[in-house]
Design a protein around this ligand. Structure first.
Ligand code: SAH
Length: 219
């Protein structure tokens, strides 16, 4: 980058470290996750016009009425997923910009991510390619159905909110596998962690969150 090129300030290590400090202050503890938040170039996951805001702890529009999640939420959900130990394979429902999958990519063996809007998925694929994130596989489909071909998963992360726990997704978890997801309607949502047990599943209700709804079909 030359001195004249835009973005040198917004992408500087200082700016990114400020964001990491903020997430740490909010209780994110997993250093591997914090290092990913520092290292993944979030400004490449949003429109150029919004790039100056990429290292603020805020959700931003990505087109098609969708948003890239707030860094705090991405970090928190990733941390909740990783607490179970080493994860072989993780399914993400709702690729969106691809940012969450990019954060997760080197922390697990394989990421499978499903998106229902093809234009978003196409852009996300280009980003994975440009950043050499080779362990991410993508699919254009209704993620509410999961991705049965690669099931069962050690972890599932859902980045759009269903009204209730999608039982079909629990069936794609290994015993002991975990799913982190927002549940609720537009007005009120909670972050939930579900663990598959031999008998069924257990769930923990965590903090309040605000996600776009999980929709049916493909866009
Ligand atoms: N993880 C994303 C967040 C994107 S917002 C990121 O890091 O940027 C949620 C995404 O879920 C949107 O792109 C939306 O189109 C997608 N989505 C909603 N319902 C879906 C469904 N049933 N299957 C797949 N994707 C879905």
């Amino acid at each position: 980058m030359t001195a004249a090129s835009p973005g040198i300030g917004m992408t500087s290590l200082r700016t990114r470290e400020r964001l990491v400090d903020r997430l740490r202050a909010q209780g994110v503890r997993d250093e591997r996750v914090l290092a990913r938040i520092r290292d993944v170039p979030r400004h490449l996951f949003v429109d150029e016009a919004l790039a100056t805001r990429a290292y603020e702890d805020t959700a931003l529009p990505i087109g098609n009425n969708q948003t890239i999640s707030q860094p705090y939420i991405v970090a928190r959900m990733t941390e909740l997923l990783l607490e179970g130990g080493n994860l072989e394979n993780v399914l993400e429902v709702g690729t969106g910009s691809g940012y969450q999958a990019a954060v997760l990519s080197p922390l697990v063996r394989r990421v499978y991510t499903v998106e229902r809007i093809s234009t978003l998925l196409k852009q996300a694929r280009q980003r994975f390619h440009a950043l050499h994130l080779l362990n991410i596989r993508t699919k254009h489909a209704d993620g509410g159905e999961g991705w049965p071909h690669y099931a069962p998963y050690d972890g599932i992360i859902v980045t759009a909110a269903p009204q209730g726990i999608p039982l079909g997704l629990i069936e794609q978890l290994k015993p002991g596998g975990r799913m982190v997801l927002p549940i609720g309607n537009k007005a009120e949502q909670a972050l939930v962690r579900v663990i598959r047990t031999d008998e069924g599943y257990s769930r923990e209700l965590l903090e309040r969150v605000s996600f776009v709804p999980l929709l049916g079909g493909v866009g």
